[in-house]
Design a protein around this ligand. Sequence first.
Ligand code: COA
Length: 378
Amino acid sequence: MENRLVSTPVISATGLWTPAQSISNAELVQSYNAWADNWNRENEAEIKSGLVEPKTHSSVEFIEKASGIKSRFVVDKAGVIDPDIMAPRIPERPNDQLSILAEMAVLAARDALRAAGRDPKDIGAVICAASNMQRAYPAMAIEVQQALGIEGFAFDMNVACSSATFGIQTAADFVRAGHAKSVLMVNPEICSGHLNFTDRDSHFIFGDVATAVLVEAEHIAPRAHWKILGTKLKTQFSNNIRNNFGFLNRAAPDGVGTPDKLFVQEGRKVFREVVPMVADMIGDHMNELGLTGASLRRMWLHQANANMNRLISAKVLGRDATEDDSPTVLDTYANTSSAGSIIAFHKNSSDFKPGEKGLICSFGAGYSAGTVFVEKTA
Ligand code: COA
């Protein structure tokens, strides 16, 4: 009989909430180019005198080739694609109303709870693990906890794009230590609230979404669940991806943020430095667990860039990965920060047979990276 004091953590279910509105590359590029033309007109004299460089057009072909992104879901489309606004217009809610980030998290959480047949009363802790928190405090997680009627404790954690795997390990540790039998981990991301839509290098990168993962003690989990074979986390400081905190709390009269208050990155450096870091980390963790590329049925990698994922998965498998080996959701969702690998897992795991193994892996700003190896049970 299982020792109830030392519970084994498993993943019981996942949940997803997707915004109703989406923006195609063509729509995004059209608005960027209109904005750039307006900017060039307004700055004609400085451009002619050589004081500033004219803005050049963005292109649908570049975006798809460089990133694999074709479209993104957003909370507010109208503001983002209006060349006079170039930012989401999200009405501020009074403090006595559920905040938008908590609302998204609750919707994803309900999806996971339904899938697991779990009553919120049986949950002992909530972790909100995300990049794009709406405020400093009270914690988003505590608002989610209250909205769902959960007892116990809740808190936020932010490890940028790696937040979900860090959240899974934290939740698993709570279960193992007996602090909670059931932990709800949510990843609400309004990435559009932190993206500079007037920056040609990055205006296409992100989308909005919310995901949820229910980590529970094996003895209370639904029959078909996911064993957690092992988790591993890594961080290494870098300024190559940085955000000094976005639009959501800042009233800019023209709606356009100053660049250092929004997402900025040295994309090429990130690509070069993160690919080997993550591939090595996965390899080391597989060795520790006695696994090989051949023993993995699938990898649900962080969704930042399709070319990055191709390189990482080829290193792990020793051959080119198929869409079945390493599915992408970048084409429809773009980069959704912490939620990306969880969307990939949520949408591409129902075909797993008992005993088949996979890897949830995230990486991003910090730098940070996390690996979670899982096995489907009967
Ligand atoms: N439209 C058209 N051309 C563009 C463009 C756009 N929107 N943005 C950049 N370009 C141009 C550049 O000006 C450059 O032109 P040049 O060669 O004449 O100088 C060329 O395309 C290449 O730009 P570069 O920034 O080097 O592109 P890239 O191939 O590195 O792709 C990223 C850019 C961001 C997609 C890629 O670097 C990446 O995904 N990196 C990792 C990002 C990541 O994981 N971040 C983590 C976020 S959580």
